[in-house]
Design a protein around this ligand. Sequence first.
Ligand code: ATP
Ligand code: MG
Length: 155
Amino acid sequence: SPTDLVPLLDRIIDRVKPEADERKIGIVRSYPAQKTMAFVDPNRITQVFYNVLTNAVRYTPSGGSISIRMTDRSRDGSRLAVVDIEDTGVGIPAEQLPFLFDRFYRVEESRSRHTGGMGLGLAIAKEFVEAHQGFISVQSEVGRGTRFTVQLPCD
Ligand code: ATP
Ligand code: MG
């Protein structure tokens, strides 16, 4: 049966909220008026958004903010859920973006920082999104922030 993406996203936000609150990182969300039902494996799609959102919290300095915005779009007669997760964090240098979804890849700076991490979260996210015929992409600017976009077929 299809999964309603709004409560799924709300549950993930609840899970990262304590750490965000502790570091004074605000999380704002915006969802479409219509229900967004997607034929996805809820456990895997939870893992996708959890991996992206924990990164947003981890790589955003205290006092920053994260925005989670879902919209729906139609493309070639079928509906897509589009989820943007945007942060005001450290950003990623353009020359490192092509490797971001590779297994064990961590951006130069993060390797030496005390932020833990194996470099697997985004590789797993991409694998799961593509297994659902979806797309994941990233845009970033150093010192300004990063936006991940996840598109999933729905209806
Ligand atoms: P893991 O997810 O396995 O705990 P990780 O967070 O280092 O470790 P990924 O989630 O795959 O691994 O992310 C890869 C790298 O991309 C990170 O090490 C970090 O350098 C960079 N990165 C990911 N998300 C962001 C973000 N929102 N802002 C800045 N850098 C990011
Ligand atoms: Mg990660």
